[in-house]
Structure formats: structure tokens, C-alpha cells
Write a protein that binds this ligand. Structure first.
Ligand code: DP6
Length: 369
């Protein structure tokens, strides 16, 4: 039986001497691609709608956390030696909340080293992989300091998903391999707004091998922060319709994944991607994130599917396109991508990825891995 999140780590630090020593942890955690999108929040860091994602294999972050001092609540933090690292606001938000939930973490000064397997300039969202890797490290450090060593993996993954959500919503889905649902949904037992759950028991084995080629259409940083984008949903004219649509699409995507129905998954995932952009365009202020090449890729993917190649596209909140295809058609799909889509990518950049198995502890960060 899974205990309530964090109950084992809530112990208040007593005598600071008792937790002196060197403490560190290192984890590798993957990014994920949403097939049913999380867009909009309610009551803080809870999702407006449920979402469904596939965890990636090759797009990951490796993070190492060292306690450089303890016994005093300094709250100071650096990432890769940079005190102005772009992730610091999200990291601080997570750490402040974690410090109130796990008191020992409010007494330490931390040094964070983090590297991504994918280049920064690709515009691939790294908050899911980065914040999930960091959360796993922080929970390990807290466990070490409190000498709690017997937390079963299912329970620690559950705790990590519960905590990672506070740093970045999509990060809570990266704690598991395969497919993950975040958001309370009638009909999905155990689903919650507070953490994500794996749903692999109901996924067809072929769908566990799905490929995702990430087409880098623009290497420029995103022009819309997801934080601002989510907040524009509060007074969005289509909010009511979006909530109903996401719930229906989640149902349909899950039944397509269970039945290995690629065509049905394609239609739901593409509808979700275009809806995300339609919501962003019709918000106040409206933002147009697609580039001409994004639109051209969409046309070419749909045309290829019409002529029998099993491919579909999805989009994040940016110009890049994820092209998904089954393992059994990988040779044909990759030839199509190379011939027809690669010329539309900036500097010919495509990252070939696939469904992955989730985070793993590592000895240290290693840029070569
Ligand atoms: C478009 O997880 O980056 O990728 O909770 O503010 O950190 P925060 O937002 P974030 O939003 C991801 C939005 C998305 C869709 C998705 O991944 O579901």
C-alpha cells in the first residue's frame, strides 16, 4: 500500500549536528511528449484538464545535486555555477514548497549541475526532464540526510511525481516510462490532479514502441513562456469547450492506444495539437507560434498518411513538430522524413526518439552518455 506522499520525509531536523556530512544524488530523467495536452491551470499548480503523454528515451536531462553546506537556511542555489540560470525561478518555486513539506531541505545550500542530451538551441522543452531529474535528486538527498533507506521504488516514484508537479506540471508525467496520465478523470482509477500515474497496463505492446522524430523548425527560444500561456486560459472564451474536449480526447486516445488503432490515435493527437495552437492564437493577447515550415510539415505529414504511410504530427507550444510513427514502419517513415521533411528543418536538425522507460539513478552527470 502506497503511503501518503512525503510522510516518511516529514521528520523535522532536530540537532543540526546529526545531519552533518556530505550528501549528493544524481539522476537521469526523460522529457515527454503530450498526446492530450495540459494547457491551463486551476488553483495554482493543478491542471485545468487531464493530459496524456509518452515518455521519451533519448531526450533526457542528467542532474547532480550536492549539499554544499547544511545547518543554516541559506536558500542560495546555483545551477551549473550560474546564479541567473533560466530554470532558477521554477527551481526556487519547487524548493520553497519542498522545504515546507520536507523541513530538512529548508536547512541546506545546494549546488546543482545539470546537462541535457539535446542541444539547448533546439527549442525542445527541457522543464519536464529538468524538473523531474532535480526532484528525484532532492528526494534522494533528503532520504540520505534523514537516513530513510527503505522507500520502495513505486512509492518514491509516486512521491517524486507529486513533488515535480510543483516545479513544472509536465514534469510530473516524466517519472514513469511508457504512457502517463495526469489529472483526475472519472473512469481512470487512481488518477489525480496532484500526481501522474502510469497507464501501461492498458496499452497495446506495439504502441509501447512508438517513434517520435522531433523536427527542429526553429532554433530560437520560445516566444511564449508556458507560465504566461497557461494563465491566459483563465479568461479564455473557449475554456468550457476545451475542458469537455480534453476529457473526450483522453478517452479516445486511451482506447486507440489499447486497440493499437494508429488512425484513431493520429486523429486525436493532431486535433489536440491544433487545438493547443488555436487556444494560444485566440487568447488575449493571441500569439502565433507556427512558422511557414511548421504548416508545410503538417500538410506533408497528412498527405503521406492519406497515401498509406502511418505517420501523424503533434506540437508543443512552439514551432517544432513531433512526427510519430510505429516501429513496424520506421524504415519507410524515416525515409519520408529524410526526403520530404528534413529540408524544412533549420540546419537540417531532426532528433530521432522513441518511447522510453523512465528515469534512472546515475553515478554522476556524464556529457558523453
Ligand atoms: C504545451 O509543464 O511547461 O507542453 O506547469 O507552468 O511548468 P508549467 O508548464 P509546462 O507546460 C507544458 C505545456 C505543453 C503541453 C503538455 O506538455 O502537456
Amino acid at each position: 500500500m502506497i503511503q501518503p506522499p512525503l510522510s516518511r520525509l516529514k521528520t523535522k531536523p532536530g540537532n543540526q549536528e546529526s545531519v552533518s556530512g556530505t550528501f549528493s544524488a544524481a539522476w537521469q530523467s526523460p522529457s515527454n511528449i503530450a498526446l492530450v495536452k495540459y494547457w491551463g491551470k486551476k488553483n495554482g499548480q493543478f491542471p485545468l484538464t487531464p493530459s496524456l503523454s509518452m515518455t521519451l528515451l533519448k531526450a533526457f536531462t542528467q542532474t547532480r545535486v550536492d549539499v554544499v553546506e547544511n545547518g543554516a537556511a541559506k536558500g542560495f542555489l546555483s545551477v551549473n555555477g550560474d546564479e541567473n540560470h533560466p530554470f532558477l525561478p521554477k527551481i526556487k518555486q519547487l524548493l520553497t514548497w519542498l522545504g515546507s513539506e520536507i523541513p530538512i531541505l529548508s536547512t541546506v545550500t545546494l549546488k546543482v549541475i545539470t546537462i541535457n542530451s539535446f542541444p539547448h538551441s533546439t527549442g525542445i522543452a527541457s522543464s519536464a526532464s529538468g524538473l523531474s531529474a532535480l526532484t528525484l535528486c532532492l528526494l534522494d538527498v533528503a532520504s540520505e540526510m534523514l537516513q530513510v533507506s527503505d522507500i520502495p521504488r513505486a512509492e518514491s516514484d509516486h512521491m517524486a511525481s507529486y513533488c515535480a508537479r510543483v516545479g513544472s506540471g509536465s514534469a510530473c508525467r516524466s517519472l514513469y516510462g511508457g504512457y502517463t496520465v495526469w489529472g483526475e478523470t472519472p473512469g481512470i482509477i487512481g488518477s489525480s490532479d496532484e500526481f501522474a500515474i502510469p497507464v501501461n497496463h492498458s496499452i497495446h505492446p506495439e504502441m509501447m514502441l512508438l517513434h517520435d522524430a522531433i523536427l527542429v523548425i526553429s532554433e530560437k527560444p520560445k516566444i511564449l513562456s508556458s507560465t504566461l500561456g497557461h494563465s491566459a486560459m483563465h479568461d479564455h472564451p473557449f475554456i468550457g469547450g476545451r475542458i469537455l474536449q480534453a476529457e473526450k480526447n483522453l478517452d479516445e486516445a486511451l482506447s486507440a492506444l489499447a486497440a493499437n488503432d494508429f488512425g484513431k490515435l493520429a486523429s486525436v493527437a493532431e486535433s489536440e495539437a491544433l487545438t493547443l495552437h488555436a487556444l494560444i492564437m485566440s487568447a488575449n493577447p493571441g500569439v502565433l507560434l507556427m512558422k511557414p515550415a511548421t504548416v508545410e510539415v503538417i500538410h506533408r505529414v497528412r498527405e503521406a498518411r492519406r497515401t498509406g504511410l502511418p505517420v501523424f504530427f503533434t506540437l508543443d507550444a512552439g514551432a517544432n513538430v513531433h512526427v510519430m510513427y510505429p516501429h513496424s514502419s520506421a524504415v519507410a517513415a524515416e525515409k519520408f522524413i529524410g526526403d520530404a521533411l528534413l529540408p524544412l528543418c533549420e540546419n537540417g536538425r531532426v532528433i530521432f526518439d522513441s518511447c522510453g522507460s523512465g528515469p534512472q539513478p546515475i553515478a554522476d552527470v556524464n556529457p558523453a552518455s
